[in-house]
Design a protein. Structure first.
Length: 137
């Protein structure tokens, strides 16, 4: 499995409306073209998760992978993603000083309720032809 050079990979829940909205938001504010995306449900996403010693069937969080550097989950992933976004969102990285257990507690509460609050799709989102290059298969 070939990972793109100099790109950070975001794994997301492809059937979650909140998660799909977050991906759209990230794409809009990714002015430096830093991120590539794959759903946790895709074979590619499952392989990346397994390669990092996690069970793809037990995940309900966003994962950010910096190939050859590190990977981040939950609130840390969200804040690390914000670090690279345009429009002042990089200032959110300052919340990394809050203990991860507290940040992840809030994250877990939202993740647990995301389908109830925002709904879910029957299948993963299909990117438009213009955005297809940002998604990994």
């Amino acid at each position: 499995m070939e990972l793109p050079n100099n790109k950070k990979i975001i794994l997301f829940d492809g059937i979650c409306n909140l998660c799909n909205g977050a991906v759209t938001f990230i794409i809009k504010h990714d002015k430096k073209d830093i991120f590539r995306f794959a759903s946790l449900q895709s074979e590619f996403g499952k392989k990346l998760v397994q390669d990092r010693g996690m069970n793809p069937e037990e995940l309900d969080s966003i994962i950010l992978i910096e190939p050859g550097v590190a990977y981040y989950r939950k609130s840390t992933a969200a804040l690390e993603i914000a670090r690279d976004l345009s429009g002042g969102y990089s200032l959110l990285k300052n919340f990394l000083f809050i203990p991860e257990s507290l940040r992840d507690g809030i994250y877990n509460f939202i993740a647990k309720n995301r389908y109830k609050w925002y709904g879910k799709k029957e299948s993963c989102m299909i990117p438009t032809p213009e955005l297809k290059a940002k998604f990994l298969d």
